[in-house]
Write a protein that binds this ligand. Structure first.
Ligand SMILES: Cc1cc2nc3c(=O)[nH]c(=O)nc-3n(C[C@H](O)[C@H](O)[C@H](O)COP(=O)(O)OP(=O)(O)OC[C@H]3O[C@@H](n4cnc5c(N)ncnc54)[C@H](O)[C@@H]3O)c2cc1C
Length: 297
């Protein structure tokens, strides 16, 4: 038997709606056979591998505002669904106010792939390994969604329901992600452990963001998000709370890193074992938090 290692893309019909309303209508009327797409870097690979076989692919790029990348000093940053990762990396506003987002985008595969891949596609794919999701979580991302009943907003923190599963319903199209103004003087870090430097998904990914915060008894607030160690991108809240309530020292950071590892429920797969993943969460969380802590001064 010969194994076909390069199967052809199955046939599909390309749909290019003129408006978001038209796109939502089409997607909801063809819920079992139609799928929205942006860069297609997940969709086409999954189609070629036979995991999904949509009859219609609905191109949601170029629809009302999805190409915008906008910063407002009062309101924050809005990244349209169709904005590719290289545009995010190159944006002076992102670099000045949300450098962690640019760092997370740069960790995704290669420059070539990032000319197609989008942050919103990374989120809607809902892989626990999505590299940009952690930065979106720690910056408090809010999704703008257009459905058959019009526009609504949803917190990213409540969006993920399982691997490949989200709160989206038939006809829903994420049009943008919005971030509030980040805490003053905040510092972030993304550490990705992969099998190689290019084009591999994370075995473990740790995102950390820290800032001064007089409300916390430690005087500091840290946010953490973990990739590839649970069915959904994970926020280890016990670790965050620990650092909010204990004087930040090397020992406190180690304790928080242990709490982050305890919060995980990783699986064994081709990239790494569950036990190894837990240990790497502890090590990388300690490393990321220490680096953020040092840079906070
Ligand atoms: C070679 C290669 C290397 C990769 N390396 C990495 C990596 O290192 N890190 C990483 O995180 N990812 C990686 N990926 C995965 C992929 O590139 C990312 O997940 C990317 O961000 C997806 O964005 P996209 O615009 O291409 O999404 P698409 O493929 O267009 O869509 C992704 C999913 O979201 C849905 N969707 C798309 N748009 C919308 C919308 N507006 N509303 C609702 N649902 C929508 C689609 O139906 C699909 O299920 C890699 C992929 C390849 C092929």
């Amino acid at each position: 038997m010969t194994l076909n290692t390069h199967p052809a893309l199955p046939e599909f019909e390309y749909i290019r709606p003129a408006t978001l309303a038209e796109a939502s209508e089409f997607l909801s009327h063809n819920a079992d056979t139609a799928r929205p797409f942006l860069g297609g870097t997940d969709v086409f690979v999954r189609m070629r591998d036979g995991f999904i076989l949509p009859k219609f692919l609905v191109d949601v790029k170029n629809l009302d505002g999805t190409n915008e990348l906008r910063f407002d000093p009062q309101a924050g940053l809005t990244i349209g669904a169709a904005v590719n990762m290289n545009r995010v990396v190159a944006s002076p506003d992102v670099r000045a106010h949300y450098p962690l987002l640019a760092e997370a985008c740069r960790s995704v595969a290669s420059y070539q792939l990032r000319t197609r891949a989008t942050i919103v596609g990374n989120i809607c794919n809902a892989s626990p390994a999505g590299d940009t999701i952690g930065a979106c979580l720690v910056f408090g991302g809010v999704l703008h969604i257009h459905g058959v009943n019009g526009l609504r907003q949803e917190s990213l923190a409540a969006f993920f329901k399982g691997p490949g599963k989200t709160t989206l319903k038939p006809g829903d199209i994420v049009t943008a992600i919005h971030f509030p103004i980040p805490p003053k003087g905040c510092v972030g870090k993304y550490l990705k452990l992969g099998r190689n430097q290019l084009s591999d998904l994370a075995i473990v990914g740790v995102t950390a963001l820290g800032c001064k915060d007089a409300i916390c008894s430690s005087g500091y607030r840290f946010r953490l998000a973990l990739a590839s160690v649970a069915p959904v991108p994970l926020v280890p809240t016990e670790a965050e709370t620990y650092l909010a309530n204990h004087t930040v020292t090397a020992e406190a950071i180690q304790e928080a890193a242990c709490l982050a590892a305890e919060a995980c429920s990783p699986i064994d797969d081709v990239r790494g074992g569950a036990r190894y993943r837990k240990q790497m969460v502890r090590n990388l969380s300690a490393k990321a938090l220490t680096e953020v802590w040092k840079n906070l001064g």
